[in-house]
Ligand binder design. Sequence first.
Ligand code: PGA
Length: 254
Amino acid sequence: MDILIRSTPAEVAIAAADIFVRYANAGATLGLATGSTPVAMYQELTARYERQEVSFARSRAFLLDEYVGLARSHEQSYYSTIRRVFTSHVDFIDELVQSPEGDAADSDRAAAAYDQAIRHAGGIDIQLLGIGGNGHIGFNEPSSSLQSRTRLETLHPRTVQDNARFFENTDSVPRYALTQGLGTISEARHLLLLATGTEKSSAVRDMVEGPLSAHCPASVLQLHPRATVILDEDAASQLEDYEYYRFVDEHRPH
Ligand code: PGA
């Protein structure tokens, strides 16, 4: 795992954007994520697009996950969210920004179709990830099989609580989602996980230094040959080998 520690969330966004633009400009298939953490990176990418430093016109995108039971037009659906916070502000071809069909009559079928769609597109070149306070990635909650495929998942009570800020109240938060599985995510050629804030610090420690375990789904990154983790100081604050990671980052051989 490549671990980059930056002083502030703004610097995390810049470091992540530096990596992402290389893929976009090469017309790569991009895996996008919703949630609060990547918003600053999306703003940075939008600014670079406006300065004509990056184009998404040759890229396609797949979202990580989607709530079950919300219409696409619902403002909190991830279909709507990714357009509002990012893709509609740059030159993505809208039909090439795909997400699981959370309002399908048959969720199992929609999940399998999404997994297939990613494969048919040739796989994802770089998958952006956040991490839940409970160690989830996508909506792969603790106990998810490390080889799971895109599927219907029940949200963990902590996730419901964490996401209640986007809804009128906790009762309005959907209880189910379709999520790329941990096996699906692991097939992306490069994983880029961003985390900021102390509320992520124990999940980050478990992901980086804890045992490989379904209890911390993000620990599956330990098995990936190309995983980059970009943290601010707060998210990195519980890492035991903090000084070593800083040293490695500052003394890269190339
Ligand atoms: P957040 O969510 O970026 O809103 O903290 C991350 C996640 O739950 O995966």
